[in-house]
Design a protein around this ligand. Structure first.
Ligand code: SF4
Length: 330
């Protein structure tokens, strides 16, 4: 189905990714399903960076993989640049793959250490028929290395010869090789030293401006996405609990979970740090196989009341571009 071109590069509507769980001898017993992503809807606007944050197991990485059609989708739809890609076959999806690429979390695991940079970065160019000859391939890979701040003459080196930050630059070069519009960045700096994280985020910002890229930037804490994001989604146990512009989210967080995540970020000024009120999250994230009734956050929420176990809150608008799922704001 073709949809008219809009300001949104990506539309995710009511996305569900459920993983069946089986038990017993030979796995014959149906134990239900893990609702890794459950009825999630959002848009990514052309040229923006949409941050996506939540603790481990909240469904953020699965959402990223579903957008790229790298996991099976249980329900809902994904519309990329006006085209519904939810049910495209692998062959139909192939040309669309050029438009969306991924930068992975672990630059050590994502790149084969025994391959040369030429082969790592050049692989998508070859796969998509974008390197008509070997000399042209070498030229393009050298160009891409320079684009991400590495020397073009490093193309013959092996991935294991590079530091973590350099490997992530190679991962970014590989993602950009086919000129994508949308880049899904799955915790791209969390495996790196803090000093290197800022360099990689600055590089990604520069590349965004230069190439007009759109990012979905996944991270597990709000400190990392603050600098780079235009808007931010907060997820908890497979659901979106809050979406807001970056400034709104940090100055006026409305969901108790967002408030707890924000209170955990240290502040640079000693005075402000002394006044910072820690709102520590208690307990673990509950099992997604058997989530709490009503609002899934209720066992950990300091503001929970009777209504919170009885019914699930909807994501409702609470201001310009600000949406929250919490009964305190009904
Ligand atoms: Fe807390 Fe209730 Fe709001 Fe959930 S709905 S976040 S339990 S106050």
């Amino acid at each position: 189905m073709l949809i008219p071109r809009t300001e949104n590069l990506l539309e995710v509507r009511d996305l569900k990714v459920h993983f069946p769980v089986r038990g017993g001898i030979m796995g014959q017993r149906d134990l239900g399903s893990i609702k890794a992503v459950d009825s999630v809807s959002f848009t990514v606007r052309r040229g923006e960076t949409l941050g996506m944050v939540g603790e481990s197991g909240c469904g953020k990485s699965t959402t990223g993989l579903a957008i790229l059609r790298m996991v099976d989708i249980t329900g809902g739809s994904i519309i990329l640049d006006g085209q519904d890609i939810t049910n495209l076959s692998s062959a139909e999806l192939r040309p669309m793959r050029r438009q969306m690429q991924m930068v992975f979390q672990d630059p050590y695991g994502a790149l084969n250490p025994r391959l040369r940079v030429l082969d790592i970065v050049g692989e998508p160019l070859v796969a998509h028929g974008m390197a008509p000859s070997r000399p042209q391939l070498r030229l393009r890979v050298a160009e891409l290395l320079e684009l991400v701040g590495l020397a073009g003459n490093m193309i013959e080196r092996y991935a294991h010869e590079f530091s973590g930050g350099q490997r992530q630059r190679i991962g970014i070069a590989r993602a950009l090789a086919v000129n994508p519009n949308l880049v899904v960045c799955d915790e791209p700096v969390s495996a790196l030293d803090v000093s290197i994280q800022a360099q990689i985020i600055n590089l990604m910002e520069d590349l965004q401006k230069e190439l007009g890229l759109t990012y979905l930037f996944i991270a597990h804490d709000l400190a990392v996405v603050r600098h780079i994001s235009d808007r931010i989604i907060v997820m908890y146990l497979g659901k979106i609990v809050e979406i807001a512009s970056r400034d709104d989210l940090y100055s006026d967080p409305k969901h108790p979970y967002t408030q707890a995540l924000l209170s955990a970020i240290p502040v640079a000024s000693p005075d402000a740090e002394a006044e910072r009120q820690l709102n520590l999250l208690e307990g673990e994230v509950p099992s997604a196989l058997n989530p709490p009734s009503g609002c899934h956050f209720n066992p950990r929420c300091p503001m929970a009341h009777d209504d919170c176990t009885a019914r699930e809150p909807d994501l409702e608008q609470q201001g310009n571009d600000h949406f929250v799922a919490c009964h305190l704001h009904d």
